[in-house]
Each structure stands twice: as C-alpha cells, then as structure tokens.
Write a protein that binds this ligand. Structure first.
Ligand code: ADP
Length: 287
C-alpha cells in the first residue's frame, strides 16, 4: 500500500512526521473513469511516462500523468499521496484532482495552459517578457517552496522543466513532486539534475532545504539570461566544476539582485538565504 511505502522511507526512531500527516491511501480521491476523456495531445514525457491532456467532468481540461515505467509504482504512489496531502497548501503547487488505476496508474492535475518554464526559456524564444515577470515568477516559486519547507519537505529537483505556467504566463506553479524528500531524514542520497544540483548533494554530504535555494538561484539566472547555465558541458564535469566553486557567468542586472543570486548559490548551505528570505527580498525588489 502507498502508505506503507511512506513508512519505509522514514527511519525507525525518527522524530514524528511533520503536520499535516500524510492522508491514508484510501482518502486519496479515485477518479471516476467514466468522466475522464483523453484528447490526443501529449503534453510531455517524464520519468514515469506520458502526460496527456484530457477532460474530467466539469473540471474542463486536466493534465493526466500516466505511468509506463513498471517498477516505479511505489515512487509514483508516494508522489500521489504527497501531492494530495500537501498540494492544496499553497497556490503555487499544481492542483491535484485524483488518481486512476485503470488502464494504468496515474493522476490528474490542473492543466497548465502555457507549458513549462523550460519551454518558455528554451523553445518559445520569440515570446518576450520583462524583469517584472522574473520577479513575479521568483516570488511565486519561492512561496510554493517556502510552504513545502514549512511542512518538512524539500523538493530536490527544481529546474525549469518542473515549473509550469498558466494564465498568459502570469501564474507559475511547482508541477512535480517526483523527488520530494523529508527534511527529518538524514538525506545523503544524490537526487536532482546536474546544473541545478547543490554541491553538498553531489558530494554525498548531509543536506537540507538549502539545496532547493541553490537550484532556484540557477533558475533565476536562467530567467534573466534565457541561456543554458553550462552549455555543451557534460553532467559529470558540471558537478565537478560546481563543487570546486564554478557558477554561471555574472549578468548585467540590478546589483541587489545579483547579490541575492550569489547568496542563493553560495557553496556553504548555511550562507544561503531561506526561502522565506527569498520571498521577502523579492517583494522588496519588486516595489
Ligand atoms: P517528470 O517529472 O516525470 O519528468 P513532468 O511532471 O515534468 O514529468 O512532466 C513532463 C512535461 O509534461 C512537463 O515538462 C510539461 O511540459 C508537461 N506537463 C506536466 N504537467 C503538466 C500540466 N499540469 N499541464 C500542462 N503540461 C504539463
């Protein structure tokens, strides 16, 4: 059962889990199969399988993530329970509607009509935006992440691909809970993708919520420059170089903004601002 999978992840003798407690599996809403109508549109491909556009009763369009990769069932069940339990706690986490077991394990979530931040930064380059948008996206993502941190979770896989946009690109939300981990556990397992992975995670040291702040610092640099942080460099070399202190090149932006970026990707996790600080500084800079 999915709830058993969560229990396995928590080590015996650990302090109690953060509130709110994960809901028992039987409370996660099961989608009514008759109300779910798939369209032909594939919205994306992920680690589990495909994300399809569908309609669900009077919810209108929804995005359904379906699993193709047998053997990853427990991690998808864990993602479903966490999205259900914590997803509604912040406006900046994608809405979860329910899960399905037939024909495959999967779940329906809010349809994000502008796609991912990765699409915007790397594919739809003709679409222009201003620095005000960057501040607004940063504040929204940091608010979602601040909520996750406040309930004892860390995302561990922040990257433009996992941030989804809607409403003419004005609203951005965290769209994936696939690598979420609990802060209470002593985490040393390496999770995430090279350009956004904090050095302490790569080095196999104990890490905590500051790893998400590092990732958001790299994403912020990408939002400003619309460039790849380390073009043409292999994952291992990126990890090795960033562990030695290499970071993306300085950009022409407000000195206070640059100062915050440098703090966010500081080598020492303790020197990075908290997500709460990031929200606060961003609100100040937006004024
Ligand atoms: P995984 O984390 O398993 O790799 P993702 O959740 O990142 O999969 O989904 C893959 C892609 O599918 C995303 O980058 C995005 O383009 C698209 N996608 C995912 N969820 C939605 C959604 N709710 N609305 C619209 N597009 C989505």
């Amino acid at each position: 059962a999915p709830s058993a999978a969560i229990m396995q992840e928590r080590e015996a003798g650990d302090s109690p889990p953060p509130a709110p407690r994960p809901a028992p599996a039987e409370m996660v809403p099961l989608l009514d199969y008759n109300k779910l109508q798939y369209t032909r549109q594939v919205l994306g491909k992920g680690t589990f399988g495909k994300v399809l556009k569908a309609t669900y009763g009077d919810h209108g369009f929804v995005a359904v993530k379906l699993m193709d990769n047998a053997g990853k069932e427990n991690s998808m069940k864990r993602e479903i329970i966490r999205l259900h339990t914590y997803g509604s706690g912040s406006e900046h986490i994608v809405r979860f509607y329910g899960y399905t077991e037939f024909p495959k394990l999967g779940y329906a979530m809010e349809f994000m009509d502008c796609g991912s931040l990765d699409d915007l930064l790397n594919k739809n380059k003709w679409l222009e935006y201003r620095i005000d948008h960057v501040f607004s996206w940063l504040r929204q993502v940091a608010q979602g992440a601040r909520y996750m941190h406040s309930v004892g979770l860390m995302h561990r896989d922040f990257k433009p691909h996992n941030l989804l946009l809607r409403d003419r690109y004005l609203v951005i939300k965290i769209g994936d809970f696939g690598e979420v981990g609990e802060v209470k556990q002593t985490m040393t397992n390496c999770k995430g993708s090279a350009p956004w992975m904090a050095p302490e995670v790569f080095k196999g040291k104990q890490y905590s919520t500051a790893c998400d702040v590092y990732s958001l610092g790299i994403i912020l640099w990408q939002m400003i420059t619309r460039r790849q942080p380390y073009p043409g460099i292999t994952a291992y070399t990126i990890l090795w170089n960033t562990a030695q202190g290499a970071r993306p090149k300085q950009v022409d932006c407000h000195p206070l903004l640059w100062a915050m970026i440098e703090k966010m990707w500081a080598m020492e996790p303790g020197e990075r601002p908290s997500m709460d600080n990031v929200v606060e500084y961003t609100c100040i800079m937006m004024k």
